[in-house]
Design a protein around this ligand. Sequence first.
Ligand code: GSH
Length: 173
Amino acid sequence: MKEPAHLALHPFGQIPTYEEGDLALFETGAIVFHIAEQHTGLLPKDANARARAITWMFAALNSVEPSIMELVIAKFQEGDKPWSKERLPLVVDRIRQRLGQLSTRLGDADWLDSAFSAGDLMMVSVLLRTKPSGILDEFPNLAAYVARGEARPAYQRAFAAQLAANTGKPPAD
Ligand SMILES: N[C@@H](CCC(=O)N[C@@H](CS)C(=O)NCC(=O)O)C(=O)O
């Protein structure tokens, strides 16, 4: 990913990247937004509902994901540092605080702003990262929200395709 060919697609040498004809994009949010603009069912037609869906996309990436990424870094890149044990509870508390706020907002609704949108798609994929830590299960409505997102046929197809790409095995029917 740090070779010139990939750096031409992604200035930071990361994944994901997306190519479509002459267009090359990087950044998950920009890629999802681009796809959502071209396909029905991901962004509402109503201008205000659309703006709210986009707001949730930003919220997932800017307000929820950073603390979750901090935990990933704290565990996997800084786990061997002498201060790591002391820092971890602070990082986990920051996630808990955010998820608590999100859980209150979601309440018993199925999706963040009535109908499913790219905002939910983004939020579910960000929240998925908290599953292994067990934090998600502390918020049953968020755990159920993520399960709803994962149960969507489109998610299942995308997951199977990605798994097949990662393992080199064709997706099962
Ligand atoms: N803000 C970027 C973050 C991309 C990112 O962190 N990618 C990770 C994999 S999930 C990566 O490529 N890490 C390898 C590296 O940074 O060298 C996005 O959402 O696309």
